[in-house]
Design a protein around this ligand. Sequence first.
Ligand SMILES: NC(=O)c1ccc[n+]([C@@H]2O[C@H](COP(=O)([O-])OP(=O)(O)OC[C@H]3O[C@@H](n4cnc5c(N)ncnc54)[C@H](O)[C@@H]3O)[C@@H](O)[C@H]2O)c1
Ligand SMILES: CC(=O)[C@H](C)O
Length: 260
Amino acid sequence: MNSENKVAIITGSAGGLGKAIAERLANDGFNIVVQDINNDLLLETEKEFKEKGYNVISFKSDVSKQKEQEELVKFTVKEFNKLDVFINNAGVDAVTPFLEIDENQLNKLFNINVFGTVYGTQAAAKQFIKQNTKGKIINACSIAGHESYEMLGTYSATKHSVRSFTQVAAKELAKYKINVNAYCPGVAKTKMWERIDEEMVKYDENLNPGDAFEKFSSAIKLGRYQEPKDVANLVSFLASEDSDYITGQSILTDGGLVYR
Ligand SMILES: NC(=O)c1ccc[n+]([C@@H]2O[C@H](COP(=O)([O-])OP(=O)(O)OC[C@H]3O[C@@H](n4cnc5c(N)ncnc54)[C@H](O)[C@@H]3O)[C@@H](O)[C@H]2O)c1
Ligand SMILES: CC(=O)[C@H](C)O
């Protein structure tokens, strides 16, 4: 392990966008900590990354638990001596009409998408302050953090909230030289969109499997759905010194879908 390398934690990185982000940062020269609640997939990903020669360790935890976010940072510093970048990527979805939103759905999505992001940001920021170094916190927002989508009401509300916390954390932490930004993907083909498509199709008898994904992605001006590496490209920039003068922003990477 190279102790000169920068160190990044990527939550929810056993698969999907988080895995692509972790792989990109490893190729950028970071020592990486992959974190997820899905232990089997996490260990598979860690093994795959080790075989590729990346400096990687894994940590199984739940981002919605404040103590576990603190333990994740502690574990990282014990293994790699420091922290430079914390990516609050883990997130979950739910598809229902507004009138069917219930307490379980609200609790689950807000706990993971919003509380998880707040706890991750706090744990990382406290470590950066202790180290007396600059640091970067990068949050998973979404097009749904700029525009609210039918059937994705709770999810959209959580992502608007992530955008809000990104702004306030950026304002309060700037004095410590901590940058806080967010990436806002559009429509990427991961397990999340497999689930969203499956649920949307259940609610509309005119839709066949794959139609909801097709409907969303057909509006993308650049003419193709998003690949995880498109998202990793933006996160790599936000994790680098090239973005040192950017903070509090929730930047869209969606191939031309939402215009702000
Ligand atoms: N896929 C898209 O089109 C899209 C678009 C916009 C934003 N996003 C956001 O990007 C992020 C990643 O999305 P994805 O498509 O890769 O999703 P995904 O479902 O494919 O992967 C999410 C990962 O997070 C993990 N996870 C879930 N709950 C967790 C918890 N409590 N603690 C730790 N890990 C947990 C899962 O096990 C999974 O490995 C999410 O925040 C999502 O909201 C995705
Ligand atoms: C899943 C997501 O955030 C958008 C709506 O594609």
